[in-house]
Design a protein. Structure first.
Ligand code: OSB
Ligand code: MG
Length: 372
């Protein structure tokens, strides 16, 4: 495949409600979208998951945009024949910037698979037609407000609830949710907000029979997680720390996690995400699919990934209306019986709602291959 053109577009989409985590509150998303067009006119879309500020990880959307334009695209133009696999290799010399790489890779893979008439699920090795859908619940104003939000999601039929926690918002809300809703699938995510000094406090979570405790300690603190694991019954799951299949292998070997959250953006793309899946499977470590407040583009990729065999826990694979009044795709993802369908059409299997997309577009720049 030859790429004739790449469009970098920024869209601004308000969230239905502010989403609060230990690293801050989001009330809208400023998203980098990538559209590639091949020389035969096939188009592919990618969504970069970088947030506005470098709080969850070191990447942020303005930086990802710039890296894509200044360092990734020149390497794409140098490829005589473009495939997602070839692009991944061509981008390897660029250190870090995994979310930027993942956004471009997604667009190329979408176009490549559309050319071949293959769905992303089929390409990655999906074994399910639909995936169980969990929901990530932000830090609330009060316990009654949290209970109302959780009750709403359970009424909608979500299969599992994840509560965001931070120091001062942990034991009480978790206890209140467990007491009020009984035997639901429940887990918590700390987004690196604790230290080893909190080990005794975190051990109190053992009383609530949680599926897992996600990323209690900082990204680089793999050894700390291994030490903490010896003091907890609740399985530790890593998110921020797992930046590659190698990082996953290391974390598992040292006993830092019993479960892994996979986000293709965090690990540099869907191809590396599948390797993370495979490494975990080889070690008998179950995985689940994380989310980054994606529109239907990134959400489509998540559903395909979450359909792989070792995705044994429900993911943050919620329906489009969890965050958006109107998604960017014409067929938004809907929740049915606590599940969301994996797209079956070629590539990502979604089409853009062009009118809405244009309405929420803040900027657009077009880059063309110098010669074909
Ligand atoms: O840690 O999983 C996380 C959102 C943004 C950044 C990090 C995280 C999250 C979520 C939301 O928890 C997951 C979703 O998109 O549903
Ligand atoms: Mg997380």
């Amino acid at each position: 495949m030859k790429i004739a053109e790449v469009e970098l577009r920024r869209v601004r989409l308000p969230l239905k409600a502010p989403f609060r985590t230990s690293f801050g509150s989001q009330s809208e998303r400023d998203i980098l979208l990538i559209q590639v067009t091949s020389d035969d006119g096939t188009r592919g879309w990618g969504e970069c998951v970088a947030l506005s500020a470098p709080l969850y990880s070191s990447e942020y959307v303005d930086g990802a945009h710039r890296v894509t334009r200044d360092f990734l695209l020149p390497r794409l133009w140098m490829l005589p024949d473009v495939t997602a696999y070839g692009l991944e290799a061509a981008l390897t010399p660029i250190s870090g910037h995994r979310m930027a790489k993942a956004g471009l890779e997604m667009a190329v893979l979408d176009a490549e698979l559309r050319t071949r008439g293959t769905s992303l699920g089929e390409h990655l090795g999906a074994v399910k037609a639909r995936v169980p859908s969990g929901v990530s619940v932000g830090i609330a104003e009060s316990i009654p407000a949290l209970l109302d939000v959780v009750a709403g999601h359970l009424d909608e039929g979500y299969s599992r609830i994840k509560l965001k926690i931070e120091p001062g918002w942990d034991i009480e809300p978790v206890s209140a949710v467990r007491e009020r809703f009984g035997d639901i699938l429940l887990q918590v995510d700390a987004n690196a907000a604790y230290t080893m000094a909190d080990a005794t406090l975190l051990a109190k979570l053992d009383a609530f029979d949680l599926l897992l405790l996600e990323q209690p300690l900082p990204e680089e603190d793999i050894r700390g997680h291994a030490a903490l694991a010896t003091q907890l019954q609740t399985p530790i799951c890593l998110d921020e720390s797992i930046t590659s299949a190698r990082a996953a292998a290391d974390a598992i070997a040292i006993g830092a996690c019993k479960v892994v959250n996979i986000k293709s953006g965090r690990v540099g793309g869907l191809l590396e995400a599948r390797r993370v899946h495979d490494v975990c499977a080889a070690h008998g470590v179950p995985v689940w699919c994380g989310g980054m407040l994606e529109t239907g583009i990134g959400r489509a990729a998540n559903m395909a990934l979450a359909a792989l065999p070792n995705f044994l826990l429900p993911g943050d694979t919620s329906a489009s209306d969890r965050f958006w009044r109107r998604d960017l795709v014409t067929q938004p993802f809907v929740l049915r019986d606590g599940h969301v369908d994996v797209p079956t059409g070629p590539g990502l299997g979604v089409e853009m709602d062009e009118a809405w997309l244009d309405e929420v577009t803040v900027s657009k720049e077009c880059h063309a291959a110098e010669s074909l």
